[in-house]
Ligand binder design. Structure first.
Ligand code: KDO
Length: 333
């Protein structure tokens, strides 16, 4: 064999060997997208992340490594935006309350009886109000909201049956709320004694009686099995709640234009999946809870509405709401 043939063969063998080690390093160059949420696996805003992952895998095969962490297993509820700012997390769902900590005007969406229904919610956040507020969110929180998920309409869920018609009837009830001041204010506005507790501790709190009740939308009462440890749902419908799929600006800016569009489309597909399924399920759950032996009662919603609204309007919250924002929300049809 001629010397240059030998050298060629050696080179080829070397290249083949390099090729075989090059594969795993290629796999490592995938863009990692870590997701953290307190959602339980059976809730729609947990399942929607699989839709996000699958959509992205189809539109950008092999480009992303989407890692879904449910049950607050990666970051505690409410600490996700800080983790994103530190570069330890790429995506999550932020609540209005999470946002209001840094963008005070956003607290308008933590207030009871402001958003009328899920359709209006989508119009608000997919229209000019959403565009303006999300711009401020991106600037102040260094995250980009990508789509709006309907979490459901929050109802009061009690351990023991109680005759609840007006906020006065919730006096003394230890109502668990998520642990931030905006949530606690809402609980107090409902007439209860608001008690902070992380979502993951609510089931046990209801079971053992350290709390008398909690508020969440019906699909979450089902998915987190709160109905197993409570006896009543009071249909106060006090908050048409939303969550925003958001990505850290650092990770968004690291993507090329095509990838940005694909991540946005995947987040929109995930929210659409959540919204469709949650709405469908929410409409059927009263019957389910009744079959499970719970009392589902309808209070004087008008009395709750008036009292909660008056409490907010007289509070410091209303002072930071930009002039005219409430009117613009009300005018969104
Ligand atoms: C809750 O803790 O009650 C809450 O519904 C608040 C929401 O903002 C959101 O964090 C949600 O929990 C979790 O995603 C769990 O469903």
């Amino acid at each position: 064999m001629k010397e240059n043939t030998i050298r060629r063969r050696t080179l080829l063998a070397g290249a083949a060997a390099l090729g075989s080690v090059a594969l795993p390093s290629l796999a490592q160059s995938k863009t990692v997208l870590r997701i953290s949420t307190p959602a339980v696996p059976d809730d729609w805003h947990a399942k929607m992340w699989t839709v996000f992952k699958d959509t992205l895998e189809k539109s950008a095969p092999g480009e992303f490594d989407v890692q879904i962490n449910l049950n607050a297993s990666l970051f505690k509820q409410g600490t996700e935006p800080a983790a994103m700012a530190r570069g330890n997390l790429e995506l999550t769902t932020v609540s209005a309350s999470d946002i209001a900590k840094l963008v005070p005007e956003f607290s308008i969406f933590t207030a009871g009886y402001v958003v009328r229904d899920p359709a209006q919610q989508q119009k608000i956040f997919n229209g000019p109000i959403g565009a303006e507020l999300f711009k401020t969110v991106a600037e102040k929180m260094d995250i980009t909201p990508l789509s709006t998920c309907y979490l459901g309409t929050r109802q009061v869920n009690l351990r023991e049956v109680r005759n609840v018609k007006t906020p006065a009837d919730l006096k003394g009830v230890k109502l668990r709320m998520p642990g931030s001041k905006d949530w606690l204010f809402l609980g107090e506005a409902l007439g209860a004694t608001a008690t902070p507790l992380a979502f993951g501790e609510v089931y046990l709190g209801l079971k053992t009686g350290t709390i008398d009740g909690q508020d969440n939308p019906l699909p979450t009462v089902r998915a987190a099995k709160f109905y197993e440890v409570t006896k009543q749902i009071v249909m106060t419908s006090h908050l048409v709640d939303g969550l925003f799929i958001a990505i850290s600006n650092k990770s968004m800016n690291a993507l090329n234009a095509a990838q940005k569009a694909k991540v946005l489309a995947a987040a929109q597909a995930a929210a659409a999946y959540n919204n469709e399924n949650r709405l469908k399920e929410e409409a059927q759950l009263v019957e389910f809870f009744k079959k499970e032996g719970l009392q589902v009662t309808v209070p004087n919603v008008d009395a709750f509405h008036k009292s909660v609204q008056a409490t907010y309007m007289a509070s410091d919250y209303a002072k930071v709401w930009p002039k005219g924002l409430l009117d613009r929300i009300n005018a969104t049809k």
